[in-house]
Design a binder for this molecule. Sequence first.
Ligand code: CTP
Length: 399
Amino acid sequence: MLWWGPAVDNVVLGVCGSVAAYRAADLARELMRRGCTVRVCLTESAEKFVTRALFEALTGQPCLIGAFEEPESGRMAHIDWARQAGLLLIAPATANTIARLAAGVADDMLTTIASAYTGRMLIAPAMNPSMYASPALREALATLASRGAEIVEPAEGDVACGEQGQGKLASVERIAGVASVVLSASHALSGKKVLITSGPTREPIDSVRFVSNRSSGKMGSALARAALMMGADVTVVSGPSSAPLPIGATIVRVETAEEMLKGALARVKDADLVIGAAAVADYRPASPEKGKIRREAGRIELEMVANPDIIAALASAAKKGARVVGFAAEPGPDGEAARVKLARKGLFAIAVNDVSAPGIGFDADENELTLVRADGGEERSGRRSKLACALWLLEWLGG
Ligand code: CTP
């Protein structure tokens, strides 16, 4: 049945001119199997590989190509589609379209819809591996990620031009899976203020060296993106990390634990939900050298002093009714140590991840959380992407 009105599971699928364009047909079907209504917009180059007739037949919906097309007379299609979509998914996304999106160019129907669109966006690139590695493309993707777009990284393997490397469109199941995760996000944090600490801290030893840890900041980044998707007003106090933080959030960059404490304390009074995803260095060198420590002595001793417990300080300073939540990286699945930590820090709940399990936690793209609540309840996320874990956690905390 032809139907299109505002609905969360309306997907506008943008298809660009890549050899992988043929796989967008399967993707459209997979999204429909998952309950989505799919409308396809092709770029003119995509039409060299696939046709409007194919997508109209598959989806039972109109397919757009030219910037001035208007299938429903009197309605400006680019505005109509942008307003009514719950997700704009571009797969395959070419280097050219990614660059035009990042620059805000609107010179065909797909980029015009994108420029009028304010909702959730997912980009699945596909191209030659050298093109994918090019600095211009990396920058454009980073720009889109910082504006809140989710990127489904291409897979490694043989690409159509015969080269090997990262550039193959991710699998249809993977793209549809991420689309489902993004579409499933509720608006439970609408109007709420969320404060997140993220990434590692760096504690100077001298002017060129520091003590730090392996935190990538990916979980904090996923939490910030998820909280924005769920409608929150988000502030992230982040230690040094290359994980992309969304522009839609207020970002406070810090280096040391003491700076992180100061940055977060200054903002905690407003927050309804505070999440400590940072891997704070527990100790710092007692008296960092002003210059560079020289290699003269055969041995040096570094005196370390304890850093403040940031999340515990935030729990005491937060407004009444605010939920303050920590993370606990534990070297095993045992929830008992986490319960002790939760009580010691005065938290509402603590999200435990088992850092001894392979493929999750530090620097990984996936995680598996057990949410231990002060009221005694316990929930398990199962193994999922960090974004899916973040949404899962926020749904529990925001409700
Ligand atoms: N945390 C913090 N400030 C610190 C240490 C930890 O805010 N100085 C926060 C982390 O962001 C996390 C939680 O406390 O949310 C638990 O961190 P973890 O390193 O597991 O706990 P520690 O208190 O350091 O306990 P231990 O090292 O004994 O496991």
